[in-house]
Design a protein. Structure first.
Length: 176
């Protein structure tokens, strides 16, 4: 079976070093109540992981919320070929960022200058910077505190992409 990493264009993901993965897991500990298995990192620094139950989740660094996205790795594989991948990886925006000369190097990813939870936080080239993945974690930590999201609101449930495709729009990565 093809590894999950190979199901997504290389420009839409990155492979952080183990120290970065360990730091990521440490910073998200307040939201992750059980051990996890990292599956894939988006070029925006988001981790897709498998829980011990086999379900797949997406901790969104833009909103500091965890979204259930698939009931299994096989379901996740199928969703990678569906509309959800457009929302999770924003390929058109990545293309624009690269065309503007914003090209991440090893262990780097994109970060919002102003997070999307704020009115000014838009999905436009000028609102993104290339950042070392470990630095992204420090930025994220300043934006978030336990039991709060990036806007300072209490955690809440979030619709998964499969539901969003059939009903209400997903609120995390849908550019205006």
């Amino acid at each position: 079976m093809t590894p999950i990493r190979e199901l997504v264009a290389p420009s839409l993901t990155f492979d952080p070093d183990q120290a970065t993965i360990d730091a990521f897991l440490k910073e998200w500990r307040w939201l992750l109540s059980e051990p996890i298995q990292p599956l894939l990192f988006s070029i925006f620094g988001d981790l897709f992981y498998e829980a011990p139950s086999g379900t797949v989740f997406w901790p969104n660094t833009g909103t500091a919320e965890i979204e259930h996205i698939a009931d299994s790795k096989d379901s996740f594989r199928r969703l990678l070929g569906a509309d959800c991948a457009e929302e999770w990886f924003l390929p058109k925006l990545v293309e624009q960022l690269r065309a503007a000369g914003k090209i991440p190097g090893p262990n780097q990813c994109y970060t919002f200058i102003i997070p999307p939870v704020f009115k000014e936080g838009r999905y436009v080239v000028d609102n993104f910077a290339v950042i070392d993945a470990k630095q992204l974690l420090r930025v994220f930590k300043r934006r978030s505190t336990p039991n709060r999201n990036a806007a300072g609101l209490s955690k809440g449930s979030v619709q998964d992409c499969a539901l969003a495709r059939g009903g209400a729009p997903a609120r995390h990565r849908t550019p205006p």
